[in-house]
Write a protein that binds this ligand. Structure first.
Ligand code: HEM
Ligand code: HEM
Length: 237
């Protein structure tokens, strides 16, 4: 049986007329003829040219589907050499606990997304209903939302370092800038609400209008960061 290195299969990604090879549990399969792997892409998520051993574990099917495609060889076992010892140590931990490789970022990001978008919605509702309790909920959403932004940033940088080898791309560079900007805008909104707005449910005060405007900008920022994140995980043309 032919032996392939990871570099051999990397070029067989199904793009620009190339064949589509995937590796699973040390075996290499040719999926070029499969209608489910057009141009090397499977379910808009998995790209040929890679070792998909970990990915297939989260598929709705088992390994039995591999009997429908052609087994063409085996994958050469390679000892990976990492540029830094920090990276090598982290990889060793992730080998033992693969959960931490991809899950922390998606698990954390929904907190700032939901809470910060909710804070502008609640604040506007509070003004419309002249409800101090709803306004308090908006304020708390803002505070907890801001606290969760650094967690999203830390896990974001982590997933970028581990899964993208810290390589920049237009989407990632924009995400990084917008994430820090969202944190700053969040802090500014908090300062305005805490120290400058006298009556947070009655329109008529310039500072309240500025506060609502800042919350809306914040909602837009986190929505844009989340949208860009989704484009990384679920790319589309
Ligand atoms: C969450 C991710 C995945 C989803 C949602 C998914 C979904 C599907 C579906 C719906 C089918 C068609 C099943 C049928 O015809 O009965 C299929 C087939 C298949 N899948 Fe996946 N899959 C995923 C991940 C993977 C991965 C990582 C591999 C790795 C090699 C893989 C390999 C295959 C193969 C070889 C087939 C058979 C293709 C054929 O019949 O031509 N899948 N998958
Ligand atoms: C407020 C801050 C952030 C939010 C709300 C956010 C949101 C998201 C969302 C919704 C996804 C898609 C998750 C999924 O369902 O798979 C995602 C993915 C991603 N984000 Fe972020 N993100 C933030 C900050 C960052 C930062 C600072 C980076 C650093 C570069 C980053 C890097 C990534 C990467 C690489 C992915 C791809 C998925 C992965 O490999 O885990 N994010 N982000």
């Amino acid at each position: 049986m032919k032996t392939f290195s990871s570099t051999d299969i990397k070029v067989c990604d199904g793009k620009d007329g190339a064949a589509s090879y995937v590796a699973v549990e040390g075996k290499v399969y040719d999926v070029s003829g499969s209608l489910k792997w057009k141009q090397g892409n499977h379910m808009r998520r998995h790209q040929a040219g890679n070792d998909l051993t970990a990915d297939i574990k989260s598929a709705p099917h088992g390994l039995d589907v591999l009997s429908r495609v052609t087994l063409i060889g085996q994958l050469k076992t390679e000892t990976k050499i990492y540029r830094s010892t920090a990276r090598a140590k982290t990889e060793a931990i992730l080998e033992k606990h693969p959960f931490f490789r991809r899950h922390p970022h998606p698990a954390v990001v929904h907190f700032p997304l939901a809470l910060l978008m909710m804070s502008s919605f609640l604040e506007i509702s509070a003004i419309l209903m002249a409800s101090a309790r709803t306004e308090w909920a908006a304020y708390l959403s803002l505070i907890v939302g801001i606290i969760t932004v650094p967690a999203a940033i830390v896990t974001g940088y982590f997933t970028w370092w581990i899964n993208y080898e810290a390589k920049g791309s237009p989407i990632i560079n924009t995400k990084k800038k917008l994430a820090w900007l969202a944190f700053i805008v969040g802090l500014v909104a908090f300062m305005i609400r805490t120290f400058a707005v006298a009556s947070p449910v009655e329109l008529g005060e310039t500072m309240l209008l500025i506060y609502v405007g800042t919350l809306l900008i914040l909602s837009g920022l986190v929505a844009a960061i989340g949208f860009l994140g989704g484009k990384l995980t679920f790319p589309y043309d």
